[in-house]
Design a protein around this ligand. Structure first.
Ligand code: SF4
Length: 448
């Protein structure tokens, strides 16, 4: 006998008021946004009355259209107060925010995803397991116990070897409340480790002017430090990837010392020679970076640093390369990925003088890897005898393996627990380290 599920309790769907100005293209944009919102259960209204949020799709083609758009924003604020602006005039966020600082979000034309995210931030959609085709935490391709959390798209830098900004555009951060709500859903769904990703995690929120969002009843700024503080409240591992070495990265180190987020930083330094860094259009004060790394390790002695480097960049001399090796000896990077420079269609570095012959690149790459191996060996050997926290990734009849704070999935090492079958995927256990090689460690679970 089958049983019909009991009807869900009636809930009032959130209401979105819409003002759509401008040409047919803008109208189609509005339709696409509203179709998506409607599919998510929102009710749509052409009035401000009772709307949980008002969406103003603007036009900025002529001066008169701009005036009309600004007037419509003013009216929506006066009538309702909770206003999100999108459309052509949205490309001039500064102008809108100057005139109406109380606007909740501004997005440009065709930014459907961002508009929908902004609406979610102000008036979250209803969810119910009987109605939703996808689980609340979304569909993920990672195992159940860890998940990637994308906080922004695009990049404001113009590194000469990279074409990402021309493909993905400038930095576009997700509203902070939206990011935090997604992280919270993941934690509730059983995720034990959140990996924060973007093209440039430390730039998070710059494009939003660090606009505040509401989370757990309080304002949170769209800024890396504040985001990390909030993520640290979820009680899961939080790991930062793709951090550009801005000075304010120093602010998250105390959060690592307090264990609010993992003491792990993935910073692609790319090189150490000021001349090469300048040609790469990267920050070139590596002496200062060394001081900062020393300071970070004073605050958080178990900090793991992962980085990537390019060898054989155009113009790199033997002296530049030697400088990189010496810098690595000082910096004691824990996990290192190295790439031989290659031209990428469309990248500015292709036109630089002094391209390095393949044979030299190859030889430098091997020297770099051998140099790093000695550093890694010593750093891994120092773990023997210590007790570390391990998140279990897989268990079978012969034992289990997982990862410690120092190991991101897919790119770093593993912790092997030979013969240990009394653990389950997603468990966090304490392990005493008995043996280590260049990348991995072996140990036994400590049971109190
Ligand atoms: S390498 Fe990274 S920081 Fe530089 S332009 Fe590309 S995405 Fe941006």
């Amino acid at each position: 006998m089958t049983r019909t599920p009991a009807p869900a309790p009636a809930q009032t769907p959130p209401k979105v008021g819409v003002v759509s100005l401008g040409c047919p293209k803008a109208l189609v944009d509005s339709e696409r946004i509203l179709t998506r919102l409607r599919a998510e259960g929102y009710s749509i209204s052409s009035t401000y009355d009772g709307a949980d949020v008002v969406l103003v799709n603007t036009c900025g083609f002529l001066d008169s259209a701009r005036d009309e758009s600004l007037e419509a924003i003013g009216e929506a604020i006066a009538e309702n107060g909770k206003v999100i602006v999108t459309g052509c005039l949205g490309a001039e966020a500064g102008l809108i925010r100057e005139k109406y600082p109380q606007v909740l979000a501004v997005t440009g034309p065709h930014q459907y995803e961002q508009v929908v995210e902004a609406v979610h931030g102000v008036a979250p959609p209803l969810s119910h397991p009987f109605f939703d085709l996808v689980p609340e935490q979304g569909i993920r391709l990672t195992p159940r116990h860890y998940a990637y959390l994308k906080i922004s798209e695009g990049c404001n830098h113009r590194c000469s070897f990279c074409i990402i900004p021309s493909m993905r555009g400038d930095l576009a951060s997700r509203p902070v409340a939206d990011v935090l709500r997604e992280a919270e859903k993941l934690a509730k769904a059983g995720v034990k480790e959140i990996l924060v990703i973007s093209q440039d995690t430390s730039a998070y929120g710059l494009d939003l002017r660090h606009a505040e969002g509401k989370w757990r009843g309080r304002p949170v700024k769209a800024r890396m430090t504040e985001l990390c503080e909030a993520l640290g409240e979820l009680g899961v591992w939080v790991r930062l990837h793709y951090v550009y070495p801005y000075p304010h990265v120093d602010e998250v180190i105390p959060l690592m010392a307090e264990r609010k987020i993992l003491p792990y930083l993935d910073i692609p330094f790319q090189h150490a020679s000021p001349t090469v860094l300048k040609a790469m259009r990267r920050p070139a004060n590596q002496e200062k970076v060394l001081d900062r790394i020393r300071n970070w390790r004073t605050i958080t002695p178990d900090l793991t640093l992962r980085s990537t480097f390019i060898v054989g960049f155009p113009g790199e001399t033997e002296a530049d390369f030697q400088l990189l090796l010496d810098w690595l000896t000082e910096a004691q990077i824990d996990r290192l990925g190295a790439f031989k420079y290659e031209n990428v269609t469309g990248a500015a570095a292709n036109e630089l003088p002094g391209h390095v012959p393949e044979k030299v690149k190859e030889e430098r790459w091997h020297r770099l890897m051998a140099h790093q191996q000695a550093i890694s060996n010593a750093r891994m050997a120092a773990k023997i005898g210590s007790t570390i926290e391990v998140l279990i990734d897989e268990v079978d009849d012969e034992g289990a393996f997982g990862r410690s704070w120092a190991d991101a999935p897919e790119i770093d090492g593993c912790v092997y627990l030979n013969g240990e079958t009394d653990v389950a995927e997603g468990d966090v256990v304490r392990v005493r380290v008995a043996h280590a090689d260049n990348y991995d460690v072996w140990g036994e679970v400590v049971r109190d």
